[in-house]
Design a protein around this ligand. Structure first.
Ligand code: GDP
Length: 452
């Protein structure tokens, strides 16, 4: 099987979830753990930055950090729903949990309740007593220890006190990333299962689609409890190939609504994206695509994975006018990703679901293809003849030759006579033309420039 793109080799990304009632300092701790320079927050068009999620790198290790702050919805009893949402995220998405309490204020009954639920998770849960600004001075120690959670850390998220021992807990068990090997980036594709991830917002029909793809019997495969993460990968054959649907544990569970479910869908998407070649982005075609759908699409693009857009619930789209409206809304929302193949299905009735895996296979073929150098350069000459490159700092920019320097997804490096890359509009033109010369539907294309 092809290697994953070099920048994205963080397979099995570990997830640390911060929980706690409002005002204990969860987001201050989130920012403290992020550090400014250490955070890799992808800034993609069409995607706003995640306030609640980030990939953190420290000491050669990476993990996903989730802040459950800001979860309080306008429900009847917001605190109860907060606990439910936080516990759900910790169960489904977390490998380690940081339960933050306020060292000055002491405990509320809801926190005893949350602690009791967290104790039963069978995952490492640390109690983080925050706002302890004087080092070594822990207030209300007995009260906190009575929660029965260990280890206990006293910190000041605001001032940075007490963070070192907490870091040790957070990083424990996360292996350092391997040094990038200097291998031939154009390793040939071997036959093997295509790894597919099903991602999307809650209730768009991910688990219904999964059941369809696996066939009824295979969908009954039970999950293995007791592991910290429950990653269940299932393999299925279609169109003469094997496909492994990765990390299905989260999708299979009961769907729920509310802000917790939304955050969870992003946590699960990020994790599954680390492990797949092709993402199936599922939308509910009976609703206008929204910000959160575009957000998940942006994550797929940032992770440089192949992609197929699945317009599910197509049975609810009645008439030609309605279908056109849906399609236009989709094109507009995903204009920043102009390479999306679209498959319209009904997971409920099973209509057209047999087209999904063949579409994933095509996206994978495009994603993993080798672009022969001679033909690439012929194409480059034509492109340059049609619109010549601009002048940079008084000097005519020359695009001398192009060669593929990475595979899955294709990375093309264009060698030029300038240290300065061409202006955005020219490189956009170039990319568009190169895309058109090849079948790259469902795959990103990365263009790099280097002075010869
Ligand atoms: P998930 O949260 O994305 O896994 O979504 P589910 O698979 O649990 O589906 C959410 C709801 O949408 C359920 O009530 C499904 O029965 C329904 N649903 C799923 N696919 C379709 C479809 O193709 N058409 C219609 N009408 N309903 C669907």
């Amino acid at each position: 099987m092809l290697p994953f793109p070099r920048e994205e080799t963080l397979s099995n990304l570990s997830t640390v979830v911060i929980v706690g009632r409002p005002n204990v300092g969860k987001s201050t701790l989130f920012n403290r753990l992020l550090g400014r320079r250490k955070a890799l927050v992808h800034d993609m068009p069409g995607v706003t930055r995640d306030r609640n999620l980030a990939i953190v790198q420290r000491e050669g290790r990476s993990f996903q950090l989730v802040d459950t702050g800001g979860l309080l919805g306008a429900t009847e009893d917001p605190l109860i729903s907060l606990v439910e949402d936080q516990v759900a995220i910790a169960i489904e998405g977390g490998d380690r949990v940081l339960f933050v309490v306020d060292g000055k204020e002491g405990l509320l009954p809801i926190e005893r309740d949350l602690a009791a639920r967290l104790r039963k998770l069978g995952k490492p849960v640390a109690l983080v007593v925050n706002k302890v600004d004087a080092p070594g001075h822990e207030l209300r120690g007995a009260e906190f220890h009575a929660l029965g959670l260990s280890p206990v850390f006293t910190v000041s998220a605001e001032h940075g006190g007490g963070m070192e021992p907490l870091w040790d807990f957070v990083l424990e068990g996360i292996p350092p990333e391997e040094e990038a090997e200097e291998a031939d980036p154009l390793r040939p594709a071997e036959e093997g299962p295509i790894k597919v991830a099903i991602v999307g917002r809650p209730n768009v029909g991910k688990s219904s689609l999964l059941n369809r793809l696996l066939g009824e019997e295979r969908a009954l495969v039970s999950e293995i409890p007791g592991t910290t993460r429950d990653p269940i990968d299932v393999t299925v054959r279609a169109a003469g190939r094997e496909f492994t649907v990765v990390d299905t544990a989260g999708i299979r569970r009961h769907a729920k609504t509310g802000p917790g479910a939304e955050i969870l869908s992003v946590v699960l998407a990020r994790r599954a994206l680390e492990q797949c070649h092709v993402a199936l982005l599922v939308l509910d075609a009976s609703q206008k695509p929204g910000h959160q759908d575009a957000h998940i699409a942006g994550l797929i693009e940032a992770a440089r994975r192949g992609v197929v857009l699945i317009l599910n619930k197509w049975d609810l789209v009645k008439g030609e006018g309605a279908s056109r409206e849906v399609e236009e809304a989709v094109l507009e929302k995903f204009a920043f990703m102009d390479y999306l193949p679209i498959v319209r299905v009904s997971a409920r009735s099973g209509r057209a679901t047999e087209k999904v895996l063949p579409a994933a296979a095509r996206a994978y073929r495009n994603y993993a293809q080798a672009l022969p150098t001679a033909a690439l350069n012929k194409k480059l000459q034509q492109i340059v003849l049609r619109v010549s490159p601009p002048t940079i700092q008084g000097k005519e920019l020359k695009l001398r030759y192009v060669t593929q320097t990475g595979q899955a997804p294709p990375i093309l490096t264009v060698f030029t006579n300038s240290k300065v890359p061409p202006p955005v509009n020219y490189s956009r033109y170039l990319k568009k033309e190169l895309r058109q010369a090849y079948d790259l539907l469902g795959s990103p294309l990365i263009l790099k420039f280097r002075k010869e």
